[in-house]
Design a protein around this ligand. Structure first.
Ligand code: NAD
Length: 687
C-alpha cells in the first residue's frame, strides 16, 4: 500500500505511505491520482487533505526507480499536477518532516499548504545537474520572494519551514507559501482539518499558477547571481539554467514558463554533467554495499578508540573521533612527538574557533576527549585501535605484535598504511580476522575519503563495523583489496609516471598542470607534488626500486630532489616559490634541467597538445582502474570513481576516470592506448 484514503466528516484524507521518505515512485503517483479521482467523484467530500505518513510529506523522486522507465511513466508528476490544476475541490497539503524536489512541486500544486516547524524544504535537482521539472521554477516564485527562489533553486540547499514562514510573513507580496503554519507538529493535522472545512466552499479555488511571479527587489539580482555562479559552478550548466527558468516566470505566461522549464529540463537531462552527477549520486550509495557482507551483520560496539603514532596522520585521525564524541587515546613512544601531535590537534581546533566554525566550549570538549599515553597497557580496553606509525614493515611488526599481546578480545586492529601488505601485517597477530586497513587521506581530519582495506581474513563484522563507523565520522568509504597502493595510490602512480614522461618528451611542468587544471582538476601533478613534498615520492620510488630494480620511470623527479628541490617547503621544486607565498613561478633552471636530461637520454622532444596531455593522464588512471577491477581490488567501477572524486580532486562534472572512459567508449580508449604504446616509453602502457 503506497497511498491510503479515508473519508472523515466531508474531508478526504489522502496519505502517501511509501517509506522511507514517501518517494513519488510510479505506483505512488498512480495511487495518488486514483485517490484524487475517487475523492472528486464522491459527493460527500468537500475538500481533500494530502499528507505523508510518518516523518515526511515527500522526499521527491523515488531513488529506487532512478534512471528506469518508471521515472517518467504515466501518470508522470507533471500529469498528476495537471490533474490537480483542473481539480474541482480544494486540496490542502499538510506538510511535515521532509518536503523536497517533486514532493515540494506536488505541494505547490495544491491549492493551500499547511506546515509545521522544522520541515526540510528544498528543490535539490540542481545537485543532480537538473532543475525542478514539474513546475517548481514557475510556482515557487509566485509564492516566495524571487531572491529566496534564486538561492534555493540554484543551490539546492535545504531551508527550514520556520525560516520560510517568517520570510513570507514579512514579505511585501500578497502570496504566502503556507496558509497554515502550526509550530507544534502534534497540532498541525487538527489545524489543517479546521482550515480545510473553513475554505471548503470558497470559490474560485485559488491556484498558484494564477498568481503573478514576484519581481526581484534588486534589478541586478540575476546578473549578480550569474557572476557568483561563474566563480563557483562554471563547469555546471544547471545552476545557470535554473536562473533562466526563474527569469522566464517573470517574462512569460505560466503555460509558456512551464514549456520553457520542460525544454530546459530535457536539455539538462541529456547533458554529460548531469549524467556525471547522477552517476556519482548512485555510486556513493553503491559504495556502502560490501560484497559478501550482509547488510544485517551485527556490528561491534565502538565506544573508544586508540591511535598509535601522533604524527601527521595520527593527530588528524584522532580528531575525527573526538568530533563525534568518541574518546581517543593517542600513543606515541617519543614524548616530544606526542606533545607536538596534541599541540597540532589543539591548534587545529583553535583555528576552527577563530573561523567561527566551533565554539570555544566545543574546542575544549573535543580536546578533552583526546588523551596522550606512552605505553601499550593503557590502551588495552579500546574497541578500535588505528596504527599510524612510520611506513616501515619492521615498525609495523613491532606495533602489531604488541597490540596482539595487550588488546582485549574483539578489539578491531587497523592499520593506516598507504602501501604495505596488510595480509602480512595481519599475520603478525594471532587474530588476522580482526585486522583491517583504514587508509585515511591527508589531512585526515579534512579529507572525506576513507579506503577500507579488506585483508584476506578480515571478518565480515569488522568490515561492516568500520563501514558504519566511517559514516558516523562523515567519511565516504570505499572497500579495497590488498595490493601496493590499494585503489587510489596504485592509480596515482601511473598518472604521475605519465606526467613525468610528458616532461621528458617536451612539455613544461606548467603546460601539463595547466592542461589538466583546464580539464577540471583542482591542481596539476607538479603543483600537487610541490605541495605534498617531492621528497616523499622520492623515498617511495627508492623503496620500490629496491623491490623491483627494473621498474621503468622518469629519473627527473630524483634529479630534482638531489638538488634539494623538495617543493614549497624549500621554496623550490618543479616551480620556484617566494617566501610565504604559494604562487608557483615557472623555473628556468628546471626547464633547462628537463631539456638537458632529454638530450643526454637521446629523447626527441616535440610539441604536445593539451588534448594529448589530458588523455594520457586520465587514461593512465582509467587503464589502471580497469586492471584494479580485473584483479578484484575494487568491487565496482563506480567505487574507483568515488576514490578519485573524493580523494584526488578529479573534477565532479567529469564523473570520475571510469565514467570518463565509459563515456569515451572503451574501444576508443584501447585504440588510444595502442597509439601511446608506439610513443615515448610506450612499453609502460600495458592493457
Ligand atoms: P609521521 O612520521 O608524521 O608520524 C609517525 C609517528 O609515529 C611519529 O610521531 C612517531 O614518533 C610515531 N611512531 C613511530 N614508531 C612508533 C611506535 N613503534 N609506537 C608508537 N609510535 C611510533 O608519519 P605519517 O605521515 O603520519 O604516516 C603514518 C602512517 O600513515 C604511515 O603508514 C603512512 O604511510 C600512512 N599515511 C600517510 C599519509 C600522509 O600523507 N602522510 C597518508 C595516508 C597514510
Amino acid at each position: 500500500m503506497t497511498v491510503t484514503m479515508q473519508i472523515n466528516s466531508s474531508l478526504a484524507i489522502i496519505t502517501i505511505d511509501n517509506p522511507p521518505v514517501n518517494g513519488l515512485g510510479h505506483a505512488t503517483r498512480a495511487a495518488i491520482a486514483e485517490c484524487l479521482k475517487g475523492a472528486e467523484a464522491n459527493p460527500e467530500v468537500f475538500a481533500v487533505l494530502l499528507t505523508g505518513s510518518a516523518k515526511a510529506f515527500s522526499g521527491g523522486a523515488d531513488i529506487k526507480e532512478f534512471g528506469t522507465e518508471k521515472t517518467f511513466a504515466q501518470p508522470s508528476l507533471p500529469a498528476l499536477i495537471e490533474q490537480m490544476d483542473a481539480y474541482t475541490k480544494p486540496i490542502v497539503a499538510v506538510i511535515n518532516g521532509v518536503c523536497m524536489g517533486g514532493g515540494l512541486e506536488l505541494a505547490l500544486a495544491c491549492h493551500y499548504r499547511g506546515a509545521t516547524s522544522g520541515v526540510q524544504i528544498a528543490l535539490p535537482e540542481v545537485k543532480l545537474g537538473l532543475l525542478p521539472g514539474a513546475g517548481g521554477t514557475q510556482r515557487l516564485p509566485r509564492l516566495l520572494a524571487m531572491e529566496t527562489c534564486v538561492s534555493m533553486i540554484s543551490s539546492g540547499q535545504i531551508v527550514l519551514s520556520d525560516q520560510l514562514a517568517l520570510s513570507t510573513a514579512q514579505s511585501s507580496t500578497q502570496s504566502t507559501l503556507f496558509d497554515v503554519y502550526e509550530p507544534d507538529p502534534q497540532n498541525l493535522f487538527a489545524r489543517a482539518q479546521d482550515f480545510a472545512r473553513d475554505i471548503a466552499a470558497v470559490r474560485p479555488i485559488p491556484r498558484v499558477r494564477d498568481l503573478a511571479a514576484n519581481a526581484p527587489i534588486k534589478s541586478d539580482l540575476f546578473s549578480t547571481a550569474r557572476s557568483d555562479l561563474m566563480k563557483k559552478s562554471k563547469h555546471f550548466p544547471a545552476p545557470f539554467a535554473c536562473l533562466d527558468a526563474l527569469e522566464a516566470s517573470l517574462t512569460q505566461t505560466f503555460d509558456e514558463g512551464i514549456k520553457t522549464e520542460r525544454a530546459i529540463f530535457q536539455r539538462l537531462l541529456q547533458s554529460l554533467e548531469s549524467s556525471a552527477l547522477r552517476h556519482i549520486f548512485m555510486a556513493e550509495r553503491a559504495a556502502g554495499k560490501i560484497a559478501g557482507v550482509d547488510a544485517n551483520t551485527p556490528l561491534r560496539n565502538i565506544k573508544s578508540v586508540a591511535v598509535i603514532g601522533a604524527g601527521t596522520m595520527g593527530a588528524g585521525i584522532a580528531m575525527n573521533f573526538a568530533n563525534v564524541g568518541i574518546p581517543v587515546q593517542i600513543l606515541d613512544l617519543q614524548a616530544a612527538s606526542l606533545e607536538k601531535g596534541l599541540e597540532r590537534i589543539r591548534n587545529n581546533y583553535q583555528s576552527s574557533v577563530s573561523k567561527g566554525k566551533l565554539t570555544p566550549a566545543q574546542c575544549e570538549q573535543r580536546c578533552a576527549l583526546i588523551v596522550g599515553v606512552d605505553h601499550y597497557a593503557a590502551i588495552a580496553q579500546a574497541d578500535l585501535v588505528i596504527e599510524a606509525v612510520f611506513e616501515d614493515m619492521q615498525v609495523k611488526q613491532s606495533v602489531f605484535e604488541q597490540l596482539d599481546q595487550v588488546m582485549k578480545t574483539g578489539a578491531i586492529l587497523a592499520s593506516n598504511t598507504s602501501t604495505l601488505d596488510l595480509n602480512q601485517i595481519a599475520r603478525f597477530t594471532k587474530r588476522p580476522q580482526d585486522v583491517i586497513g583504514l587508509h585515511f587521506f591527508s589531512p585526515a581530519n579534512v579529507m572525506e575519503l576513507l579506503e577500507i582495506v579488506r585483508g584476506e581474513q578480515t571478518a565480515a563484522d569488522v568490515l561492516a563495523t568500520c563501514s558504519a563507523l566511517a559514516k558516523k565520522i562523515k567519511k565516504t568509504a570505499v572497500v579495497a583489496g590488498v595490493c601496493d597502493g590499494f585503489i587510489g595510490n596504485r592509480m596515482l602512480e601511473q598518472y604521475t609516471k605519465q606526467a613525468a614522461f610528458l616532461l621528458e618528451e617536451g612539455c613544461t611542468p606548467q603546460q601539463v598542470d595547466h592542461a589538466i587544471e583546464a580539464f577540471g582538476f583542482a591542481m596539476g601533478p607538479f603543483r600537487m607534488s610541490d605541495l605534498a613534498g617531492n621528497d616523499i615520492s622520492w623515498a617511495i620510488r627508492k623503496r620500490r626500486l629496491m623491490a623491483n630494480p627494473h621498474a621503468v620511470y622518469s629519473k627527473l623527479g630524483d634529479l630534482l630532489c638531489e638538488q634539494g628541490r623538495f617543493g614549497q617547503k624549500t621554496q623550490a621544486g618543479w616551480y620556484d616559490y617566494q617566501a610565504n607565498d604559494r604562487t608557483a613561478h615557472s623555473s628556468d633552471l628546471v626547464n633547462q634541467l628537463i631539456k638537458q636530461y632529454a638530450q643526454t637520454q637521446g629523447i626527441a622532444q616535440r610539441p604536445i597538445s593539451d588534448e594529448e596531455i589530458v588523455q594520457r593522464l586520465v587514461l593512465a588512471l582509467a587503464n589502471e582502474g580497469r586492471k584494479i577491477l580485473r584483479d578484484g581490488i575494487a568491487a565496482r567501477a563506480s567505487d574507483i570513481d568515488i576514490v578519485y572524486l573524493k580523494g584526488y580532486g578529479f573534477p565532479l562534472h567529469r564523473g570520475g576516470p571510469m565514467f570518463y572512459a565509459d563515456h569515451l567508449g572503451w574501444d576508443k580508449v584501447d585504440s588510444l592506448l595502442l597509439q601511446f604504446q608506439q610513443g615515448h616509453q610506450g612499453g609502460t602502457w600495458t592493457l
